[in-house]
Design a protein around this ligand. Sequence first.
Ligand SMILES: Cc1cc2nc3c(=O)[nH]c(=O)nc-3n(C[C@H](O)[C@H](O)[C@H](O)COP(=O)(O)O)c2cc1C
Length: 341
Amino acid sequence: MTDLASHATHTVDLATTYLGLRLCSPIVASASPMTGDPGRWESIEQAGAGAIVLPSLFEEQIERESFAVDATLDGGTDAFAESLSYLPDYDDYDVGPARHLALVEQARERLSIPVIASLNGTTPGGWVQYARHLESAGAQAIELNVYDVIVDPRLSAADVEKRYLDLVEAVRAEVKVPLAVKLGPWFTSLGHFAVALQAAGVDGLVLFNRLYQPDIDLDTLDVTPRLQLSTSAESRLPLHWIGILRGFMTCSLAATTGVHDGADAMKLLLAGADVTMTASALLQRGPDRIAAMLAWMGDWMTERDYVSVDQLKGSVSQRNVPDPEVYARANYYQVLHSWRA
Ligand SMILES: Cc1cc2nc3c(=O)[nH]c(=O)nc-3n(C[C@H](O)[C@H](O)[C@H](O)COP(=O)(O)O)c2cc1C
């Protein structure tokens, strides 16, 4: 990565439109403990992030703790705001719903970039009314994360997709602000489901959730959770699918997983992403990583006479390349046969 100071005179326009919001840059701070830390917000904004996604409020958290908050919310918004000031300081990633709403309010007060709140769950139910509470707290968009592991062999792919669509419709009915859905990559026909989500009123897709596989400890034989941060190589999966979906989706597309440097982000924009989201890189290297990524992108664009991100987005999507088969099965055949060469 080259020196930041040498990029101060860039005239390229890095702005992009995501979920109908005009963002100053295509790098968004993805949900993680870093975006949940108010002490980091200013650095994230100053480094040039286009928006920030706060950590998720989980279905499980809401169902566990919603009773007391609901009673307060029923008393009206003023009573709610007042009640939040009595809550203990935000000092834990897994915060309760009331403190989570206070975090959204605080982020809106302190940040000028858009604040996207995240809801995380898999089944329709009373908890989805929190989408409305997040909107009332100031969220400018909602990201619904349907992180799921389907372990019941009686459930068909169609059953699972129907449940997600019911959930999306329930959340959609709660809010007026734009709604994005964050998905995992494992769908039998992702394009079909993506189009169905768009028809259900979704304004954007966030591709992809990074599923965390468990590990086995060979000393204790325990199955252990193990969080490993991503690498750049993992950005090829969102690149592949965003490149395909861009041709027939009109909603926004955000890339997440494996965005570590300006080159990763640029490839995803060329494939058709409206924004790229980054979490692991910020956790490893701090918010300044965003400034370095943007500087690299500005340089790359200047060298090739691009004047704006809008001009290059999707220019290398499946629809726009001379041989669309490079995004399909032919790519597999060619890759395998390129080994000896
Ligand atoms: C420690 C940690 C916490 C995360 N928390 C959330 C979360 O609350 N909600 C969510 O949608 N994604 C969450 N993510 C996922 C990230 O937002 C991101 O989608 C994922 O890590 C892939 O991006 P990356 O390769 O830049 O890390 C979390 C990731 C990490 C590493």
